[in-house]
Design a binder for this molecule. Structure first.
Ligand code: TNX
Length: 536
């Protein structure tokens, strides 16, 4: 049988049509499947709340069902008026934008009916709740952080940060989905003052270094940064009425390097950056000892009117202001006045340690006078524990670092204590005999030593109510770079943050050990050069 050319042509056309139809059906089919998939998105990976490695450990955690996912449509709503709330909101928005590229959306419509929303809610602050306590409530439809104060909202956000995937800590945005396990956290700090001290005198650290330090401690809910701004080796803050303090006194450091100093504008910038992270800067001018840099800058501050050489070694206890000269107090008044004027926090730290070159009677008279100057400039004085020998306002805080006798003396005179025992909390102590940096005069401090003690039982006779808080100092005789600072600080600061925040009843080394280990990827993503302890 013969098939005509026309027939052949028809068959080809029919076949083509069938295959086009097939393609169209296939396309429609795929589109339907794809749409269905979009509606029924696969759940993101998320860590169930009770297994999240939170540091510091919250007071109470109750795991819920399911998860919340932050995506490009997530909205943010702020309830309650307070200008400080902007800082918490900015932090949250910045964190999400950096992690994912998402901009949290303005809500539209009635907030109670809304889904996919983060609510930051300032509760009525007239209640008894601390402004740092918060509740973080996460379900499939919304995240709510509530607190009586903006600081509590900020701490709730820091907890939320630790519930999100570790990839959010990277500098660059990643495509990891932002799933957060549901549940409720009720949390509040044990101590009001949770601090760290950075010695910028023995070696100078730039204002960028200090800002990085603030970035690194803020996830752990610390709220004070004490800057040790003067010592024998360097004066690090501009005092306009005594300019040589920095031009001369700030011109070197341990080992003879170039040193450096903060202009008052730099200092204000640091203070503001800290405040944006709910951290209060506590400035310290150490006196009457630890003052060689000032004595070298101005001969008239010396009893014999002769300026000593600048000092670049690491001995302590050889310098003293001339306690009997009126100019000494004029000088101190100027320094405290200028620094206080640019310090919004209520504390001024006047040092007072290791004044071995000052007669005891002179020391007592001197500290009495300095305390009056500090009060006159509307600040509350903090001093190292030796200051308890003087007669002080009861509001003065003694920072216990070495002497249990001094700590008890201070408490018996009505002072609160800041707890910083060298043998437990000095982050410049080596971890063990192999640590290349640091000192060892107060012993080695491994991560378990840093964690396994309690501030309220460490000194006999002291209890929780005598304690304002805890502070982990970092002295910098052996530390020249911010990387070296990080090696000494991390992971020990995590132990101190937990001691400062979490109730003593929840102390559990095995749990802490596992949580720190689980935090390694976060520390790595933050670019922290940390010590990998064999104890973990
Ligand atoms: C003791 S602690 C000092 C500092 C040193 C530190 C070194 C204190 C109040 N004084 O001057 O830098 O030891 O660990």
């Amino acid at each position: 049988m013969f098939i005509s050319a026309v027939q052949i042509q028809k068959t080809i056309i029919q076949k083509k049509m069938r295959s086009t139809a097939k393609t169209v059906f296939l396309f429609i089919g795929l589109t339907i499947i794809a749409t269905a998939c979009q509606e029924e998105k696969t759940p993101p990976a998320f860590t169930p709340m009770e297994t999240a490695s939170l540091i510091p450990q919250p007071v109470e955690t109750t795991q819920g069902q399911g998860y919340f996912e932050i995506d490009e449509e997530t909205q943010i709503l702020v309830e309650g008026e307070d200008p400080e709330m902007k800082k918490a909101v900015d932090f949250l928005e910045g964190m999400i934008a950096k992690a994912s590229g998402f901009t949290l959306q303005e809500p539209s419509g009635n907030s109670n009916a809304m889904e996919n929303i983060i609510v930051l809610k300032l509760d009525d602050p007239t209640g008894s709740a601390s402004a740092e306590a918060y509740t973080l409530d996460i379900n499939e439809k919304r995240i709510q952080v509530s607190s009586a104060g903006p600081a509590g909202i900020y701490y709730g956000i820091q907890t939320l940060r630790q519930l999100l995937p570790a990839s959010i800590e990277k500098d660059s945005t990643s495509s990891t989905r932002l799933g957060i396990g549901a549940g409720v956290i009720k949390d509040e700090p044990r101590f009001a003052y949770r601090g760290s001290m950075l010695d910028v005198s023995r070696h100078f650290f730039s204002k960028e270094d200090v800002k990085r330090y603030i970035d690194l401690i803020t996830p752990y809910k610390l709220n004070h940064l004490h800057l040790h701004l003067s010592d024998d080796q360097g004066w690090r803050i501009e005092i306009k009425s005594w300019p040589e303090l920095t031009t001369k006194g700030g011109s070197t450091e341990v080992g003879g390097g170039d040193g450096g100093y903060y202009t008052q504008e730099d200092y204000k910038e640091i203070v503001q950056y800290a405040a944006a992270h709910f951290i209060t800067v506590v400035p310290e001018i150490d006196m009457p000892g630890h003052t060689n840099a000032a004595l070298a800058s101005y001969p008239e501050l010396n009893c014999d009117d002769k300026a000593p050489e600048l000092y670049t070694g690491i001995e302590v206890g050889f310098s003293s202001f001339c306690v009997g000269k009126p100019i000494t107090y004029k000088f101190i008044d100027d320094v405290v006045r200028e620094i206080s004027a640019i310090t919004p926090g209520k504390y001024f730290h006047a040092g007072g340690d290791e004044s071995h070159a000052t007669q005891k009677d002179d020391y007592i008279k001197f500290v009495d006078s300095v305390q009056k100057i500090v009060s006159r400039h509307d600040k509350v004085m903090i001093g190292w524990d030796e200051i308890q020998f003087a007669t002080l306002d009861s509001t003065t805080v003694a920072q216990f670092w070495a002497s249990a006798e001094n700590a008890n003396g201070a408490v018996s005179k009505g002072h609160k204590l800041l707890i910083s025992p060298a043998s437990k909390m000095y982050m410049d102590m080596k971890y063990d005999s192999l640590t290349p940096l640091g000192l060892k005069w107060a012993g080695y401090i491994e991560i378990d030593d840093a964690y396994n003690w309690d501030p309220a039982t460490y000194v006999k006779g002291i209890t929780d109510k005598d304690i304002l808080g805890v502070e982990a100092p970092l002295w910098a005789e052996t530390l020249e770079t911010i990387d070296q600072v990080e090696q000494m600080v991390f992971p020990r600061i995590l132990a101190y943050a937990e001691i400062a925040w979490s109730p003593s009843t929840s102390k559990d080394w095995e749990s802490f050990k596992a949580r720190v280990k689980n935090n390694y990827p976060r520390l790595e993503n933050m670019g922290i050069d940390f010590y990998k302890s064999p104890k973990l």
